[in-house]
Each structure stands twice: as C-alpha cells, then as structure tokens.
Design a protein around this ligand. Structure first.
Ligand code: 5GP
Ligand code: ZN
Length: 113
C-alpha cells in the first residue's frame, strides 16, 4: 500500500527493469551514484532487513546470485563492485522495501560517507 517498489514490481510505475523472475526484479536506480547502479529487490514486500525471517534465507541467497550475475554481465565483477543494503534512516534508507544496491564502474571510497 503506497510502496514505490511494490508499485514497480506490479508495473504500476515504470522502471528500467533488466531482470525478472518469480522471486525478484532488478532495475536501474533512477538517481545513479556510480556508472553502474542497479537495484535488486524481492517481489515480496519486506520493509527492512530486520524483518527477514528464516523462511527468507533462500530469497536472500537468490538476491545475491542475481546481483553477481548482473555485475558479471555489466563487466564490473573482476574490477570490483559494492553490494549495499541500507537499514533504517540513519543508514540512509529512504525506500522501506528491501533492496540490494549494486554499485560499480568507479573507485569506491572507504569508509563510506
Ligand atoms: P535507499 O536510500 O533506500 O537505500 O535507496 C533507495 C534508492 O531507490 C535510491 O538510490 C533512489 O535513487 C532509488 N529510487 C527511489 N525511487 C525510485 C524510483 O521510483 N525508481 C527507481 N528506479 N529508483 C528509485
Ligand atoms: Zn513494497
């Protein structure tokens, strides 16, 4: 209800979807922070990683498998890339439907800002 990523999953809001299966979709971030900035989200609504249940373990593994495939396809896997999942406001989470950021194509700084 009113979740922007649920709306993208249900195709009520357009997005540049680059991968989709029964469990997840991946689409390009609307405000990219790196040359590659893709989001992998579960189709199921989960507001933060704190809400993950044991039954979601396979889903999480699948999200990482999909992210790895995208990183390889986009040619950033060997150079290096970052997978990020923010949790709650102080981390910078703004959309409360979990998503794995795939960031790459430039040098990543550490510590993050
Ligand atoms: P967070 O800050 O919650 O970790 O990340 C949310 C991300 O979703 C941000 O990088 C933001 O640019 C992206 N985003 C927010 N709204 C939309 C949208 O409507 N479409 C797309 N493609 N990305 C979005
Ligand atoms: Zn949602």
């Amino acid at each position: 209800m009113g979740c922007i990523f649920c709306n993208i999953t249900e195709k009520k809001i357009p997005a540049k979807i680059i991968y989709e299966d029964d469990l997840v979709i991946a689409f390009e971030d609307v405000n990219p922070q790196a040359p590659v900035h893709t989001l992998v989200i579960p189709k199921k609504h989960i507001s933060t990683n704190l809400e993950l249940k044991k039954e979601d373990n396979g889903l999480l593994g699948h999200m990482f498998q999909v992210a790895n495939r995208i990183a390889k396809d986009k040619g950033i896997a060997e150079r290096g890339f970052r997978l990020v999942m923010n949790c709650n406001p102080e981390s910078g989470q703004t959309v409360f439907h979990i998503h794995l950021h795939i960031l790459g194509g430039r040098h990543m700084h550490w510590p993050p800002g």
